[in-house]
Design a protein around this ligand. Structure first.
Ligand SMILES: Nc1ncnc2c1ncn2[C@@H]1O[C@H](COP(=O)(O)OP(=O)(O)O)[C@@H](O)[C@H]1O
Ligand code: SF4
Ligand SMILES: [Mg+2]
Length: 363
């Protein structure tokens, strides 16, 4: 692999990525088991007076497998823990419980530089995620030098190649973030993420802060880069139409847990968890307003992560709840004879549930 070629991330010489661009997913690359991230909030006394816990359980027992070379979507209402999970997977927030494996190897709480390099993030707001005092060339150069990505005399040409990869010309190297439009800034942020030649890109609502007119161009760029570089993509998005267009599989998150995972078309055609059905039923509203301020996906607000219901955490909003749901916390379980479709509902794969799962029309 040529050290000076950003495209080298997807070449056959690197055992960590598929030999061919866009090669079919094969096996788990990044795995979370019983992953939990808690935030301490307020004092013990305040928690007692409010009858809540002191630890906010943002991520609370996540089981998830990201397969090599795939585009996996992570969806769920605002506050369900998607961003916190993304930060934990990327090594930017140490988990309080559970395990993260990369290519079968358990990642320690404090990751090595090489392990941090492998998983890079693109954030929602490209302006606040870029240092306003550095030119694009300065920012990329610093990163490339600190991480010894290329020899010093190749830093400039490598930076220019990175910009070309994201659709910007070399002249952008001498510009500051404020001189770019929102869409261009997100391109710079993507170039920065790619600078370390990651194998996994975690994109957290990468277009939610952008004008509708440029959202598609950035999403298409991510799709093309994935194909060209053989990247594995974890895409967090409110917009289920986008997810359907770009992703191979979808994981649905509710109140700190993954409650359903399935291949994209299967999830849209035959959702098995009542929460997923509610999300899909709200597609027209979600696609019109894809931002954090959009209307709720279904009736009622989710409970606070400071007071997660016992038993099934969705039971307070579930139209199918039974007495058993108050007592037993349903595990994420595979559909009989179909290990690729999982749901965390006692009745997800029972005949009674089948009749309730008339899939809504797509947006
Ligand atoms: N740094 C933090 N301190 C305290 N609470 C947090 C922090 N970050 C996130 N949370 C809380 O954790 C929960 C999940 O948040 P987040 O991961 O941002 O969800 P999402 O990305 O799905 O909107 C929310 O209740 C949020 O308020
Ligand atoms: S376990 Fe019960 S409350 Fe939970 S989603 Fe299934 S039916 Fe609804
Ligand atoms: Mg978020």
């Amino acid at each position: 692999m040529s050290a000076g070629n950003p495209r080298g991330a997807g070449t056959a010489g690197d055992a960590q990525v598929p030999a061919q661009a866009g090669a079919p997913a094969a096996g788990a690359l990044l795995t979370a088991r019983d992953l939990a991230v808690f935030f301490p909030v307020g004092t013990q006394l305040m928690a007692r007076m409010r009858h809540t816990e002191r630890l906010l359980r943002a991520v609370d027992g996540v089981d998830l497998e990201v397969r090599r070379g795939e585009a996996l979507a992570l969806v769920g209402e605002s506050g369900s823990g998607k961003s916190t999970l993304a930060l934990a997977l990327a090594g930017l927030r140490p988990p309080d419980r559970g395990e993260i494996r990369y290519d079968g190897r358990v990642l320690p709480g404090r990751r090595s530089r090489d392990d941090r390099r492998r998983i890079q993030m693109v954030f929602q707001d490209p302006y606040s995620s870029l240092n306003p005092r550095l030119t694009v060339g300065g920012m990329l150069g610093e990163l490339l030098r600190v991480h010894h990505v290329v020899p010093r005399d190749e830093v400039r040409s490598f930076s220019a190649e990175l910009l070309r990869l994201v659709g910007l010309d070399e002249g952008a190297l001498s510009a500051y973030p404020r001189q770019f439009s929102g869409g261009q800034r997100q391109r710079v942020a993507i170039a920065r993420a790619l600078a370390l030649r990651p194998e996994v890109l975690v994109a957290d609502e990468p277009v939610s802060a952008l004008d509708v007119s440029v959202q598609a161009t950035i999403l298409n760029l991510l799709r093309d880069l994935r194909g060209e570089l053989g990247l594995t993509l974890l895409l967090i998005s409110h917009n289920l139409a986008v997810v359907r267009h770009l992703c191979d599989r979808v994981a649905v998150m509710y109140l700190g847990r993954i409650v359903e995972v399935a291949p994209t078309e299967q999830l849209f055609r035959d959702p098995r968890h009542p929460y997923t059905r509610g999300l899909l039923a709200a597609i027209p509203r979600l696609t019109e307003q894809a931002g954090e301020t959009g209307p709720p996906a279904m009736a009622g607000d989710p409970p606070s992560p400071l007071a997660i219901p016992a038993g099934c955490r969705f039971r307070t909003r579930c139209p199918m709840a039974q007495p058993r749901c108050e007592q037993e916390d349903p595990a994420l379980t595979a559909r009989p004879a179909d290990p690729g479709h999982l749901a965390a509902c006692h009745f997800a794969f029972t005949p009674a549930s089948a009749s309730a799962s008339a899939a809504p029309e797509q947006a």
